[in-house]
Design a binder for this molecule. Structure first.
Ligand SMILES: Cc1cc2nc3c(=O)[nH]c(=O)nc-3n(C[C@H](O)[C@H](O)[C@H](O)COP(=O)(O)OP(=O)(O)OC[C@H]3O[C@@H](n4cnc5c(N)ncnc54)[C@H](O)[C@@H]3O)c2cc1C
Length: 450
């Protein structure tokens, strides 16, 4: 390996790149990582972490009004967006420091600059050529905004985390989990929130009962949720944005947030120059070991457009480190990957949706429950929790668990272990519930849906 400057050169110190670099170094590899923007990548800086902090902030409005039913008189309360953003930024800066420390402690050299690939073993950083036995592209993704007239007035989630003030009126375009989460955030913090999605129902790929339940709950809360609706142009007059919809109607807003998808950030990376094959949207095409068609170049995380989730990028990074430097070729598993949507209320899901199970020709039994959470018997809030199990009739195995309700992500995480162990419905039924919780419903659902 001595003919190269490094054994591994990672481009991108996000979720996947950091883990792959650290693990490779721990197996004895000489590793450098280039990062052009922020240590920790999307998740830490403009993704999961700041998003969840804003979600927490947005739930206090519910807590204050719910408190009355429990005898509390909360009195006057006021929200300070600037303070929330400042506190969030402080925490992000702390996490950037943690990432710096962790990489340094593992012996990984950090190069804070843009890196480009010149050939299968060479990268260029600030005009300097660096060689490596393996190059790992872990460059993540970037929001994509359709170029309609006036699209330059729109923001994406990247900017939403740094707004100077809380907008009074927000339009969110897009029906993926990021759009749904920001709708909950802005609405909960007091902004008049409209969410537009061009399809018939949002959260494509999630179980239909999640999609319909969440839509109903968001509408009950006052989010102006419109399906089969899209913006054809945006005009600006003073500080006001005027969105003309495809049906000709006009909505005014202070901010328009596009959450219409993220694309692999591979444009200025030099992958093609090195002979690496990309998909139509620029994703690095890799095999199960995250190896590209060029033997020495690997790619992980969002830039491969497999499952755009932090724990998946991390698992892919671990697998590459094991494959290349620990003599343990490893393929990450994409089976039963649980995920949550931090909407208001939350959604959680693992395994097959009912539609997927039927498409895969399983004969399924469906168990579903919908109930008012205990807490809301006193608050009077009209909110329902939905839980659902998809069960294979032939083997009795639970194929999927789906939930809309408070703490859905926390609850589904445990069930993901059960699904990965191949748990049957009979084993769910034999498990004693914890009373009184919402989670116990998952082990007490007895009647099948007709
Ligand atoms: C708003 C939002 C909310 C999200 N919420 C969740 C969530 O709740 N749960 C979840 O699991 N996932 C969530 N995600 C997705 C998650 O953030 C990503 O899946 C994850 O960060 C992908 O990791 P990665 O390593 O592939 O890329 P990233 O974390 O994006 O890291 C890539 C890094 O590469 C750097 N880079 C790019 N090009 C170069 C270059 N040429 N030279 C040097 N450096 C470069 C970038 O600056 C970046 O730091 C969210 C994403 C967004 C946008």
């Amino acid at each position: 390996m001595a003919q190269y400057d490094y054994d591994l050169f990672t481009i991108g110190a996000g979720s996947g790149g950091v883990r792959a670099s650290r693990m490779s170094a721990s197996y004895g590899a000489k590793v450098a990582v280039a990062e052009e923007r922020y240590l920790g990548g999307t998740c830490v800086n403009v993704g999961c972490i700041p998003k969840k902090l804003l979600v927490y902030a947005s739930h206090f409005s519910d807590d204050f009004s719910d408190a009355a039913g429990f005898g509390w008189n909360v009195g006057e309360h006021k929200f300070d967006w600037a303070k929330l953003i400042a506190n969030k930024n402080k925490e992000i800066a702390r996490l950037n420091g943690v990432y710096r420390q962790v990489l340094g402690d593992s012996g990984v050299e950090i190069i804070e600059a843009h890196a480009e690939i010149l050939d299968p073993h060479t990268v260029s950083v600030e005009g300097k050529k660096i060689t490596a036995r393996y190059i790992l592209a872990a460059v993540g993704g970037w929001p994509a905004v359709p170029e309609i007239p006036g699209y330059e007035y729109a923001i994406t989630s990247n900017e939403a985390f740094y707004l100077a003030t809380l907008p009074n009126r927000v339009i969110i375009v897009g029906g993926g989990y990021i759009g749904v989460e920001f709708a909950g955030i802005f609405h909960g913090l007091g902004a008049h929130t409209t969410q537009l999605y061009r399809g018939a129902s949002f959260l494509r790929g999630f179980d239909d009962d999640i999609r319909t339940t969440l839509a109903a709950e968001m509408r009950k809360r006052g989010v102006d949720l419109r399906f089969e609706a899209d913006i054809s142009r945006i005009d600006k007059s003073g500080e006001t944005l005027r969105a003309t919809l495809t049906d000709g109607s006009v909505i005014e807003a202070d901010k328009i947030l596009y959450a219409t998808g993220r694309m692999p950030k591979t444009a200025a990376l030099g992958l093609e120059r090195a002979g690496v094959k990309l998909s139509g949207i620029g994703a690095v095409l890799v095999d199960e070991y995250s190896q590209s068609n060029v033997e020495s170049i690997y790619a992980i995380g969002d830039c491969t457009d497999r499952m755009m989730l932090t724990p998946v990028a991390i698992a892919e990074g671990m697998a590459v480190a094991n494959t290349l430097f620990n003599n343990k070729p490893m393929r990450p598993s994409y089976l039963n990957v649980p995920t949550a949507v931090f909407s208001t209320p939350n959604c959680g899901t693992v395994g097959l949706t009912e539609a997927q199970a039927r498409e895969q020709k399983f004969k399924v039994d469906i168990y579903r429950t919908s109930f008012r959470p205990l807490k809301h018997t006193l608050t009077g809030r009209d909110e329902r929790t939905m839980m659902k199990l998809v069960v294979d009739q032939t083997t009795d195995r639970v194929l999927g668990c789906h939930m809309v309700g408070p703490d859905a992500g926390e609850i589904i995480q445990g069930l993901a272990v059960a699904l990965n162990c191949g748990a049957t419905k009979a084993q769910f039924d034999a498990t004693v519930g914890i009373h009184p919780t919402a989670a116990e419903e998952f082990v007490t659902m007895r009647s099948k849906v007709d």
